[in-house]
Design a protein around this ligand. Structure first.
Ligand SMILES: [Mg+2]
Length: 292
């Protein structure tokens, strides 16, 4: 039986305010104009939302353009600036959960992953993310080999890509293995041999793009926490209409992960529950799903 517990988090508005908005704003681009007009007009004419914004950032990069000579290194450097915006209690969360699980069974390991529709090079620049997460999955750019400036999309994490990433985590496929063989995730693996069964998984997300992940994890015995911003009526409305009324999540909370916060304390309770099941080995999964 697996001794691993996996927590997977959306990034933007789940672990910090939207990082791509922070990026475009840092170049003096008005985010309302960018998302509300430029990207919206691409989406309403059929573009995939993720590809639309990534291509637009490429278009805006280069000599004399609004985002300038935007290299991967420049994106990583920008990523260091997002740390102060990361929500309370994220830093130190994995160590705390690991200690809670280890007190129940010292052989249990707690892993945390970012599964984001943001930009990986930016997220890789964050000290807090590097220290607290086992891997970061997000969009990647390729560069113009002559100038080093980003020029095209190398990997896109659209919303339907997120469940695929959860299956990679579920089956213990590393990013390097998936890069070398993107089809590996489709290989059959009996449920009992998967390093992080879905019943040992907890997913956190704030958006409609997270709903497929909520369903996947919960339908296989795991837990899903919806995140919302109580200061924004539209966020509360969406959380109520889509997450609560639709019964898509275990619970909905503001993104505060500290020990004494509502969400933070419930996450610790969820990890305790999973760890006790693993230690007691009492409810071995009855869910055999050979059709993944
Ligand atoms: Mg989000």
């Amino acid at each position: 039986m697996s001794k691993k517990i996996g927590l997977a988090f959306d990034m933007d508005d789940t672990l910090s305010p939207d990082t791509s908005t922070q990026l475009v704003s840092s170049f003096g681009i008005d985010p309302d104009e960018f998302w509300g007009k430029t990207i919206r007009s691409l989406i309403t004419t059929g573009s995939d939302p993720t590809l639309a914004y990534l291509h637009k950032i490429c278009d805006l990069s280069g000599k004399g353009k609004p985002m300038g000579m935007l290299t991967l290194e420049a994106l990583r450097k920008f990523g260091a600036s997002i740390d102060p915006t990361i929500y309370p209690g994220v830093d130190g969360l994995r160590a705390d959960l690991q200690a809670i699980a280890a007190a129940i069974d010292p052989t249990i390991e707690v892993e945390m992953y970012v599964v984001s529709g943001g930009i990986k090079h930016v997220l890789d620049g964050s000290d807090i993310l590097r220290r607290n997460f086992n891997a970061i999955y997000a969009n990647e750019f390729d560069v113009n080999p002559k100038t080093g400036v980003i020029s095209r999309v190398k990997r896109a994490v659209t919303f339907s890509e997120k469940p695929r990433i959860l299956f990679e985590i579920n089956k213990g496929i590393t990013q390097a293995q998936a890069d070398a063989n993107p089809y590996m995730v489709n290989s059959a693996m009996p449920e009992g041999e998967r390093p992080i069964p879905f019943e040992n998984m907890i997913y956190f997300g704030d958006g409609l793009t997270d709903i497929a992940c909520f369903s996947l994890v919960r339908s296989r015995g795991g837990y899903a926490f919806g995140i919302f911003n109580p200061e924004k009526p539209a966020s509360a409305q969406r959380a109520f209409d889509e997450f609560i009324a639709g019964n898509r999540v275990t619970a909905v909370h503001a993104p505060r992960y500290g020990r004494n916060d509502e969400l933070g304390s419930l996450v610790r309770a969820a990890v305790t529950r999973i760890a006790m099941r693993i230690a007691g080995n009492t409810t071995k999964s009855a869910r055999l799903t050979p059709t993944d």
